[in-house]
Design a protein around this ligand. Sequence first.
Ligand code: AMP
Length: 469
Amino acid sequence: MAKEITPPQLLRGMKDILPTDQPYWWKIFDLLRVTARDYGFERIETPILEATSLFTRSVGDLTDIVQKEMYSFTDKSNDNVTLRPEGTAGVVRSYIEHGMLNLPQPVKLWYFMPFFRHDRPQAGRYRQFWQFGFEVLGAPQPVIDAQLILAARSIYRGLGLDTTVQINSIGDPASRTQYIKALQTFFKTKKSELTDEHKLLLQKNPLRLLDSKDAVIQDLLTDAPQIVDYLDEASRAHFVQVLEYLDDLEVAYVLNPRLVRGLDYYNRTVFEVWPTGDEGAQSSLGGGGRYDSLVETLGGRPTPAAGFAGGIERIIMRMKEQQLPPAPLDRPEIYLAQLGEPARKKMLRLFEALRDVDVRVAESLTKDGLKQQLEVANRLGAHYTLIIGQKELMDDTILIRDMENGIQEIIDYKKAVAEVKKRLEKNRASGTTPVTGMVQPERLERYQAAVPDDTAEEPQVNQVGDHDE
Ligand code: AMP
């Protein structure tokens, strides 16, 4: 008996991005591309694999990402490498490595890349996930922080998502050290209420207690010292200016004293974008802030910088929850249908000829049944179907069927390209065909419907020659 083969499966926390989801991805990517262009960002792509030390030095040894979540291994050359868990470190490495310090500053870069974190998978949390990011290197001014928030807001708004900007300042390292001391002193008086894990956090990374979901900690935090009261003068002035810009443009934000962001490289402004009505960092759609010392930490000249990254899967999840439309599908103007092998040859040629003159054309050269082919044409939303049946084959003609009203005419095969062009141009001029031929979102469902049902009723194809199916 044949041995049973177990089909391979996705790794836990991984996800295929199937064709049905692609319209969401196109929509987001297109919006990002245009937004990045408008705000003066240039695209960068860094390798998925980097030296592990890049992340331990930048993200920080004691952070959850480095301690628990990195896909790190020793490769065949005995190098310690890591699948990148975030984007800023790689971008900064590249900035230093390619001497971008010598370009006119600020250097504005954006990315759209996959990241890896060995986290506990749950809704909206994957082990491979995508982020877009905007980074501005070489500018200390608070206007940069404000404009990053504006750019991020414009992306979420452009997709129709209801979001709230949460903002805080965590000051400079010196003021943060003082605040951490104050926090530790405060929690020491509450030790009896802390678990061992909390006590460890209090010792190693006390700021993490601020975004703890634990109800006891949440309760205790009501009376805890707040970081804004510990800001150094320069950080306070910087933060006030950021807020003034936002006020000036009437950008709504929530001052959130507990927002600290998990990574070591942040200083001063930190912010996150949360879905409105579902406040909680667990469902955060993106986050960012200043990282004025990161370039220097990684061996570059002191270079103030700030950035923002948003999670694509989270955005798509929210879009679906809010029933926001993905990108409309590309609709073919012309669909080619044929009966039999000689007709197929003619259609193979006609397909190329129509593409050569920029006609959006679709085919199903592997199919034989006309009924089936017309169903596909309908499903795709083609404006016209060109049909070669047995009679058309003999006469060297082609049948052109208007899919909107079912009217059919016979044209000369040799003149088909010119005739199709003429009709499409006429329709475009009179506005009866959308210029880009896009299927409206409500057709998406039809497009995504299962394989055509062969038992469906025969469509009316009156003038096709004596074809049999
Ligand atoms: P972070 O810098 O960790 O706050 O990540 C920025 C954004 O990326 C988050 O707000 C999420 O939208 C998204 N994100 C982070 N981790 C994951 C993950 N494991 N799976 C999916 N999205 C994520």
